[in-house]
Design a protein around this ligand. Structure first.
Ligand SMILES: Nc1ncnc2c1ncn2[C@@H]1O[C@H](COP(=O)(O)OP(=O)(O)OP(=O)(O)O)[C@@H](O)[C@H]1O
Ligand SMILES: Nc1ccn([C@@H]2O[C@H](COP(=O)(O)O)[C@@H](O)[C@H]2O)c(=O)n1
Length: 419
């Protein structure tokens, strides 16, 4: 065990570590070195005299890693002293796709032995690396110490490194593992994830059975297919219903109705599994679209844009500027997924959206901080919507009355789809 741990961990000395101390600023980047090297003290400005720890899940199995990492934060918040702060951490090779190992960074002002006990228990039983960080010596150099669990149940230091500054990489580390972790670009890739979950999530079997019976969808449809996208409460339901009536169209949704019994179950799963579920939902809806668009125009309430934009916005940490640049492959359309004729994105000021949510009886009790975090998240979703290509979405001002929005959209459909 110790040998396996150390051989894996020694590879890490070529990795960069990043800790998101504040969502509005860049993470603190640092690397490991065997000797102290001159440079600014990486943590000096963010850590006073606290004891800090980092935790990383090292299982090779992607599903096990995702499941364990998902549960770890909950476990830590429950078991650690309440003064501890748990921050997101990335270990990665700069700008190398698929190189990220996600982890947590703990700040412990309590300096309590209770923290050590919880962490020692973790390394004894679970696939987790624990490191502690200490500031010592005359030059106040930060050190990283890798812990090892011993036979008698206590911990000892297995390896010691100096913490040295690292350059800010071109791409924020949270963008490196999006493909096939948060967004799936083929049916097969999403399907494989659920197949691997059958033993741990029995509901996967029922979803896969439905997916196996999906209808085939052709590249070209006889009638136009119009997708309506937008954040919550922007008026998608109102518009899709009135459009369906005005055009004598068929109304479909993604995820489709047939997945409803399992949606709440998969919403509790880590992103890898949850996103694979929604990705498969699009292929099911595509089959229905292919069938219905033989007879009449089809209106679709959410489709691929929502799946990708929400997944990207959730995966990308920190500021709006951390999103992958426009034109990045993460905004591409899956080659095997039916493409709609037109995608409309309803856009609304956050004040008006909030007003509509309140009329509907939601978002009344949100704290300022939560609203702020939500605001940043929604900005990221909207920006990601706008960067998705093949087809790109057309933004529609959703602030006028329902009838004016409908008329505006009917004009657009006539112009773009010749209906
Ligand atoms: N153009 C509009 N002007 C004013 N109010 C509107 C307009 N369109 C919809 N609403 C109202 O705003 C609220 C949200 O609308 P709706 O349910 O259609 O949004 P939605 O995008 O489908 O929301 P969600 O995704 O959360 O289900 C509803 O109370 C609806 O009556
Ligand atoms: N085509 C879709 C539709 C939805 N999602 C995910 O569902 C969440 C939002 O849905 P609501 O109905 O609750 O507004 C959001 O997390 C999306 O990721 C999706 O992935 N694909």
């Amino acid at each position: 065990m110790a040998r396996r741990m150390i051989s894996r961990f020694s590879q890490w000395s070529s990795y960069v570590f990043a800790v998101d101390f504040d969502t509005n600023s860049d993470p603190i980047y640092f690397a490991l070195a065997s000797k102290y090297s001159e440079g600014p003290q990486v943590f000096r400005n963010v850590l006073a005299d606290e004891i800090c720890y980092s935790l990383h899940v090292y299982s090779d199995d992607k599903i096990e890693r995702a499941k364990f990492y998902g549960g770890l934060k909950h476990k830590l918040s429950k078991e650690l002293p309440s003064e501890c702060t748990i921050l997101e951490m990335y270990t990665f090779q700069p700008n190398v796709k698929d190189s990220v190992i996600k982890g947590y960074f703990l700040k412990d002002p309590s300096k309590s032995s209770a923290t050590e006990r919880v962490l020692a228990e973790l390394i004894r039983n679970d696939p987790v690396y624990v490191c502690s960080y200490l500031c010592g010596g005359e030059d106040r150099q930060w050190l990283q110490l890798l812990w090892l669990s011993t036979e008698d149940g206590w911990v000892e230091v297995l390896k010691e490194y100096c913490v040295v500054p690292a350059e800010k990489p071109e791409h924020h580390p949270s963008t490196l593992n999006i493909i096939n972790y948060d967004v799936f670009y083929s049916f097969e890739d999403a399907y494989k994830v659920l197949q691997q979950c059958v033993d741990i999530i029995p509901e996967s079997k029922a979803v896969l059975e439905l997916v196996d019976q999906r209808l085939e969808s052709k590249e070209k449809t006889t009638f136009p297919v119009i997708v309506v996208e937008g954040l919550d409460a922007t008026g998608k339901t109102t518009l899709t219903e009135s459009l369906t009536e005005a055009l004598g169209a068929t109304l479909l949704k993604s995820p489709p109705q047939c997945l409803s019994p399992w949606r709440a179950r998969f919403d509790t799963e880590p992103p890898l599994i949850r996103r694979a579920f929604y990705a498969l939902g699009n292929y099911l809806t595509a089959g229905q679209i292919g069938q219905e668009a033989r007879h009449a125009p089809v209106i679709v309430d959410r489709y691929w844009h929502s799946t990708a934009a929400y997944a990207i916005a959730t995966a990308v940490g920190g500021k709006l500027a951390n999103l992958p640049q426009a034109g990045s492959e993460v905004y591409g359309w899956p080659a095997d997924l039916l493409r709609p004729s037109l995608v409309l994105m309803l856009s609304l000021s956050s004040q008006e959206r909030m007003r509509r949510l309140q009329v509907r009886g939601q978002d009344k009790t949100m704290e300022e901080e939560e609203l702020e975090a939500n605001h940043l998240f929604r900005q990221k979703v909207e920006e990601a919507y706008q960067r998705i290509e093949g087809p790109a979405c057309v933004t529609v001002d959703a602030s006028p009355s329902p009838d004016q929005v409908l008329q505006q959209v009917l004009l657009l459909i006539r112009e773009k789809c010749h209906l």
